[in-house]
Design a binder for this molecule. Structure first.
Ligand SMILES: [Zn+2]
Length: 465
């Protein structure tokens, strides 16, 4: 067997069970051995890291809305995957909606695969969608390589991706169980929203059709928060636990925000229900009480809730009721945020943080006493497991893809929208000082990002096998 063609060594390598000084030997795409720090064969390229830098598995982000084809002006694969590389993300999974066509049919998936080719700086996989009437498309989509399926229990914000009802799920879930496919769920139901008495359309991400009356101030964050009560999430989680019990389908709750539903999730997991959950950096960083009037860059659905809710989400990460943290990178052109009027009810919902997930989460995790190994579980191995990639990504292990990030947990930087490689730069993180600087990113043994520079042509693979 030929020797390694690249060795990276670091004083802190994040291994599955420990953090230790090691040299990581790579041949081609994969890690071929993990050796002591000083074990460097002659004649191969060696990359050294600073003594306080960490070598960690490349991040896996399973919740990214890229929007190409059809809404590429919101975000496309070229810009999204550059942002990913700059953020230490080596695998992203694209959501099935906001592109036109959506990934709810074989034809739609093929259109997306055609649009993506040759553009990706990192490896990219795809979610399919469950919408009313497409149960017959699920098996062929799975066969073509989607990693699983997403559905909405409430208006998705775009008309070409309608939400499902319980009746639709009764039809789709036996098929998903038969396929062994995971169903990921936007878990808010409309009922509790219509009971709030605030006259807004219960769309999930921003299309508000009704006007507001004189008693409601649409530029106040608390007005928006009241339109998306915790009960909408709680009832949705309850429904999905019940249906998972009935049909045996693996369920994953996306962007979970309501702390009230955590005991229910905890109990369901303990009882053996096949359910997992994710939350997002914004729910773990911001608090409703601190969001200024008119600051629509903070709008997302479900909403950022109160400070105490945030701390409960952190506790749930600690006890593994919540399994992972993904970005829900959900961009739109800045005009759609209606920053001039500051109308929370009319603005598009969605926060883009693909590039910033590592430092945001590290900054907040550090304050609460969590470790870099917790971070690696939430950002790398757990998301890889969700999409069936835990035999090749999410860990630094022999035989695994040499997807790696070198970052410095001690260094700080200030977020500036201009330094983001996302297509659009409006961000609620602007001006925040974060801990953790991504220095270099490696995709399958090739350096793709180094201190602000992108290396080489796009090398990302489409993960459809
Ligand atoms: Zn999303």
């Amino acid at each position: 067997m030929p020797g390694p063609n690249l060795v990276i060594r670091a004083k802190q390598v994040v291994l599955p069970e420990s953090i230790a000084p090691r040299s990581i030997h790579m041949t081609g795409d994969v890690v071929t051995s993990i050796e002591s720090y000083d074990s460097i064969p002659e004649g191969c390229e060696l990359i050294e890291t600073d003594s306080d830098s960490v070598l960690m598995p490349g991040l896996v982000d399973t919740h990214v809305h890229v929007n190409e084809p059809g809404r590429t002006e919101w975000e496309g694969f070229a810009t999204a995957t550059r942002a990913a590389a700059a953020g230490g993300v080596t695998t992203l999974i694209d959501m099935p909606l906001n592109s036109i066509p959506p990934t709810t049919t074989v034809a739609g998936f093929k259109a997306k695969l055609r649009a993506v080719r040759g553009q990706c700086q990192v490896d990219v996989g795809f979610w399919g969608g469950v919408v009313p009437g497409n149960a017959g498309e699920l098996a062929p989509l799975f066969e073509l390589g989607v990693v699983g399926f997403k559905c909405f229990l409430i208006h998705s914000g775009v008309d070409e991706f309608p939400n499902v009802t319980e009746d639709d799920l009764q039809r789709a879930m036996p098929e998903l169980t038969r396929l062994g496919a995971v169903l990921i769920v936007h878990a808010e139901v409309p009922g509790p929203m219509s009971r709030t008495g605030i006259p807004t359309c219960p769309s999930s991400v921003g299309e508000q059709t009704a006007g507001t009356d004189g008693n409601v101030c649409p530029t106040k964050y608390e007005t928006f928060l009241a339109t998306r009560p915790r009960a909408a999430e709680n009832e949705a989680v309850e429904l999905m636990i019940r249906l998972s019990r009935e049909f045996g389908t693996r369920i994953h709750i996306v962007h979970h925000s309501s702390a009230d539903a955590l005991p229910m999730l905890r109990d369901a997991k303990t009882a053996g229900v096949k359910i997992t959950a994710e939350t997002c950096p914004h729910y773990l960083t911001f608090a409703a009480e601190e969001i200024p009037d008119g600051a629509t860059e903070f709008k997302c659905c479900p909403p950022i809730r109160e400070r105490q809710n945030r701390e409960q989400l952190w506790q749930a990460l600690g006890d593994e009721t919540i399994d992972m943290i993904v970005s829900d990178h959900s961009p739109c052109p800045p005009e759609m945020k209606l920053r001039e009027t500051g109308d929370f009810l009319q603005a598009w919902g969605g926060i883009s943080s693909l590039q910033l997930r590592l430092p945001i989460v590290w900054t907040e995790a550090l304050r609460r006493g969590f470790s870099i190994q917790d971070l690696a579980r939430w950002l790398c191995s757990a998301p890889a497991g969700l999409v069936g990639l835990s035999d090749r990504k999410g860990f630094i292990k022999v035989g695994y893809d040499a997807d790696l990030v070198i970052w410095n947990p001690e260094k700080q930087f200030t977020v500036h929208g201009d330094a983001l490689h996302h297509r659009h730069k409006l961000t609620p993180y602007d001006g925040l000082v974060l801990n953790g600087v991504v220095e270099k990113t490696f995709l399958r043994g090739r350096k793709i990002y180094d201190g602000g520079e992108f290396i080489d042509e796009p090398q990302g693979l489409l993960l459809t096998q």
